[in-house]
Write a protein of this length. Sequence first.
Length: 348
Amino acid sequence: MRPIVLNARAATRPELGGVERWSREMVSRLPRLDPAYVVARPRPRLVHRAGHAWEQLVLPVRARAAGASLLLSAANLAPLAWPRNVVVIHDAAPLRDPSWYSPGYVAVQRALLPRIARGAVHVLTVSEFSRTEIVALLGVPPSRISVVAGGVDERFSAQADPGPAASRLGLRRPYVLTVASATSRKNLGALAPAAARLAREGVELVVAGGDRPQFAGGPGDPDTDGLRRLGHVDDDLLPGLYAGALAFVLPSLYEGFGLTCLEAMASGVPVVAADRGALPETCAGAALLVDPTDPAAIAAALARVMAETDLAPRLREAGVARARELTWERSARAVHARLLSLADGLAE
């Protein structure tokens, strides 16, 4: 097989969201499956805004020099000058609702994303929901889109030790967890009534996740809305942070997949999730779904998980079973098989 170049720009970022996790896992796992994969990684200072120039100008040169048959970019964007892109588009959120992002970020996405999607040899996406969004908002024919779900690795389990995370993050009380960046799309302000209700029972509502310049902030003052903000949490602490939670909640208005729900499930934690976007598809009956625009309903759902003796164990069991179906090894092998098929087709 001729080389396939892996765009590792997102994998090099210190932050860890869904697209970064995807990129890290593909950059790590695909070369283990086949030595023909070549990782193209920019300098650390080129992983954010300055990295657009590296991605559009330098990466095609490196792919050409490697004799690449294909170039895989796992974080939505890819170089327009390269004629044989395979791109993972996780969702079309900036086009669906631009108010969730900064004007500059939306302008870049509007300028590049449709052209990249329509010009790619193939588009991979992470859910049937996102596939529908890409067809509707980016004009890509369904036949040129394949769905490969994200995964979870063995570090996330009910046996993970919560002690180091609790010690490093100062978690001294029982807590309900959400893992989400500070953006209005994540709808964290809707958790305020739940936080107040839980606080009366001695339970904190803890939010792990940082901020990024491309995101528009959500409602609610983080100092007064009752949520305990941890900010960015190191990756090595996340398994224990999940495993130590009484429950997990994600009230997002839009998700292309909902990777954090899967990580919580794998950690044996009952999940309450929004009934929007891809979350019903990802959770597949293993979570309690709720209207994210109804803060009282979110609070009531978490109260049910805490109070009903049979509900939490049932959600834990269903969640662990669902997480077993979706692993990063499975995802990498599915991506590898699709790339081999595409490379073979181009060689004919």
